[in-house]
Design a protein around this ligand. Structure first.
Ligand code: KG4
Ligand code: ZN
Length: 387
């Protein structure tokens, strides 16, 4: 089954062509074509993702990304045909709708079985661009539409194994399994009880952890995205060793819940920086303690969640899981405290926002016949997998 997947929930414009097939009790996937455009350089001057810029860029880049994905798959055939009536179908954005309507008749229907599209959660203006694009394609090509929750994509990405960037295997999952999703938009411990059945075990009560990295980096005068910058400073501090002069708070560490809170650490960093000018060595030590505080809280809450749920597999997902320190500490702690459980940390190209994971989720949902009528499909920025 071939799925065309579209992802525009935040600052990545991504289109992927994924072929899925059952493999024993699991599944295997081939990435036939991929088109991805990161808006990071454009958002850098704002120090974060700016929704109207994200929307404009998705509108500009979706068509080239679709063409790139189809071309790589050997499915790009240009033709000229009449566009079906889209009036009233594409909500919110007549200008963009007109642009899509003008382009779509020039592309012959590719050999696909369904179109999967992220319809939430995320930035509403950004989500709508992808949803409208998917609707227009579904209508023009008469292909069924599968709406996908972005978080389900992240969860499934955590279960994929891939040695190259082309083929991926998903073993028959040993339910229940737990995912720690950490990115600029999410900090969640989500349990997959069985296929399509989820339970939210813990979440942030304020910022997402990636947001905390980005905000602290900004306070320290580092560019966006701040995660890798803080990580670099912290590594330098760790390599030099010596006494740690800072002790940032570890918020909610001993509270009996799996929830997170990062605003306390952020405020402490702000006060510290206001009080005195730090030397380069002190900046490195501060970054190191910030990273240590984050890792300590992330691990403690995950440890609690693993104990409470009895999950036999832990997968990490989201851009923050690229962090070397988090990876190392989780590997070490899992082996020591949960030797019976498996730990999955997929490669960064699968943990950050991408359309491949939307295609994988689309495959399972399409196989289960979970299609949506194009007319009724709406983006939902607050969409949840489970309460
Ligand atoms: O998943 P992602 O690419 O986009 C979404 O937010 O959905 O995650 C981006 C976030 C940013 O906040 C960035 O600072 C953070 O991931 N990040 C990191 C690292 N690499 C990226 N945070 C800590 N350490 C890193 N090495
Ligand atoms: Zn994401």
């Amino acid at each position: 089954m071939k799925i065309l997947a579209i992802e525009t929930s935040c600052d990545d414009t991504a289109v992927a062509l994924v072929e899925g097939a059952d493999a024993g009790a699991g599944a295997s996937f081939t990435l036939l074509g991929n088109g991805a455009f990161s808006q990071i350089p454009l958002h850098q001057e704002y120090g974060g993702v700016y929704p109207t810029v994200a929307k404009r860029e998705h509108g500009k880049n979706l068509v080239p990304m679709l063409k790139a994905a189809l071309e790589e798959a050997g499915m790009l055939r240009e033709e000229s045909s009449a566009m079906p009536e889209l009036d009233g179908l594409l909500a919110r954005d007549p200008e963009l709708s007109a642009a899509f309507a003008a382009f779509i008749p020039s592309i012959q229907k590719p050999d696909i079985d369904a179109i999967a599209v992220t319809y939430g959660p995320g930035l509403a203006p950004a989500l709508w661009v992808g949803v409208n694009f998917a609707k227009a394609l579904a209508k023009a090509w008469d292909v069924p539409l599968v709406p996908i929750n972005h978080m389900e994509g992240h969860m499934l990405a955590g279960l994929l194994r891939s040695d190259d960037r082309k083929t991926m295997a998903l073993d028959a999952p040993d339910f229940p399994l737990l995912t720690l999703l950490i990115s600029g938009g999410h900090t969640e411990l989500m349990l997959m009880k069985e296929r399509f059945s989820y339970e939210l075990v813990g979440k942030t009560r304020d910022d997402a952890v990636g947001e905390a990295f980005d905000k602290v980096a900004r306070m320290m005068g580092l560019p966006y995205p701040g995660g890798p910058e803080i990580a670099k400073l912290a590594e330098a501090g760790r390599a030099k060793g010596g006494a740690q002069p800072f002790k940032l708070p570890r918020p909610m560490l001993h509270e009996e819940s799996c929830d997170f809170s990062w605003s306390g650490i952020k405020t402490s960093v702000l006060y510290l920086l206001k009080k005195k000018e730090l030397s380069e060595d002190e900046r490195e030590k501060l970054a190191e303690d910030f990273e240590d505080a984050v890792v300590e809280v992330l691990w403690e809450k995950t440890r609690r969640a693993l104990g409470e749920t009895g999950a036999r597999l832990l997968a990490l997902g989201g851009g923050v899981s690229a962090n070397t320190r988090i990876r190392a500490v989780f590997k070490e702690n899992m082996a020591r405290e949960f030797p019976e459980a498996a730990l999955r940390i997929p490669p960064p190209w699968l943990t950050t926002d991408n359309a491949v994971m939307i295609g994988v989720a689309g495959y399972f949902r399409a196989k289960a016949g979970q299609y949506a009528e194009a007319e009724g499909l709406a983006a939902d920025s607050n969409l949840t997998l489970a309460q």
